[in-house]
Every structure is written in structure tokens, then in C-alpha cells.
Design a protein around this ligand. Structure first.
Ligand code: NI
Length: 173
């Protein structure tokens, strides 16, 4: 296992669109383990996407179980994830391992129905809401070359510098 380097804004590779994964083999399993280790090695994080470590494939890991009293599915490996349907929208604060100095307010779907392959290649589907749904949408954006900076609800008053606001307990995604 290995902790991988995380690309940070404004690295232009973060704008790349990732390709679907066709084969789930031993090499991919190794990469998933490395990605998971990388997520756990950094500041508290709700998720990580493969392109954040320079691997442009449609794979993310999410885990919002560190937050008390919110509905969640635990740690999930999502391969080729797709939002099948959605409902509502809600504005919330997001951070990102690739944008370490800032957080921002972003509007996301409140509920999603998600389809993805799991680590074993089995198709799964999930109903998610609230913070977990937000984390997934944030990570899926990475697969399409988007950062939360691209989705701020307002350019003028939706971006916050971390040290000024001292949001030490705010999870990154
Ligand atoms: Ni992120």
C-alpha cells in the first residue's frame, strides 16, 4: 500500500474528464487500497476521487460515517457511478483535498438515487440524502473535471479562506 500525492488547484490535470473503468482486476484492487490509504492519511475527508491522484478513471471512495447522526452507507467504493434520479436542492459548505486553503458554498441535490459497481464488480444502487448525497456529487464532479470552485453559489460571498474562518472540523471531500 502507498499514500499517493494529491493534485491541488490550479493543476490543470484536475480538469480532465475521467474514463469509465472496463476491467476490475488485481491492479485496480491495489489502486483502490492505495486511494483509500491516501484518503485516511490526510485531514478528515468525506471522500476522494481517482483523478485527484492523477489516475483518470471513474472511481471514487466516500465515507461520511465520521459525522454523528446522519444517514449513511459507511465506506463505499463506487466504480463508474451514475446519478439515476434526484430530488430537491440544498446549499452547503464544502472543502476539498485538492483545494486545501478554501471552503465554499455549493448547491447540490438533496436526494439522489445512485448506481455504481462495487469493488467486486457487482452493480449496486443506493438512495442517499443530505451530507452523503452531497459528498457523492462532489466526488462525481472530480470525474468530470470540476471542483467546488466551479459551482460556488456566488462568486462574491461563497468562498471562505480556511484560516480566517478556522473551520478545523470541516471535512474535506
Ligand atoms: Ni474534492
Amino acid at each position: 500500500m502507498a499514500v499517493l500525492d494529491i493534485l491541488t488547484y490550479p493543476d490543470s490535470r484536475l480538469k480532465q474528464i475521467s474514463r469509465p473503468i472496463k476491467v476490475i482486476d488485481e491492479a485496480l484492487q491495489q489502486f483502490i487500497s492505495d486511494l483509500e490509504e491516501t484518503m485516511l492519511a490526510g485531514p478528515t475527508s468525506a471522500g476522494i476521487a481517482a483523478p485527484q491522484v492523477g489516475r483518470f478513471e471513474r472511481l471514487v471512495i466516500i465515507d461520511v460515517s465520521f459525522k454523528p447522526n446522519i444517514p449513511n452507507h459507511g465506506r463505499l467504493v463506487l466504480i463508474n457511478p451514475e446519478i439515476i434520479s434526484h430530488e430537491g436542492s440544498v446549499v452547503g459548505r464544502e472543502g476539498c483535498l485538492s483545494v486545501p486553503d478554501f471552503t465554499g458554498n455549493v448547491s447540490r441535490f438533496e436526494r439522489i438515487h445512485l448506481k455504481a459497481s462495487d469493488r467486486a464488480g457487482k452493480t449496486q444502487d443506493y438512495d442517499m440524502l443530505g451530507y452523503e448525497a452531497r459528498a457523492v456529487q462532489h466526488e462525481l464532479d472530480h470525474l468530470d473535471g470540476l471542483l467546488f470552485l466551479d459551482r460556488l453559489v456566488s462568486r462574491r460571498n461563497s468562498l471562505f479562506r480556511r484560516k480566517v474562518h478556522n473551520q478545523v472540523d470541516l471535512p474535506k471531500q
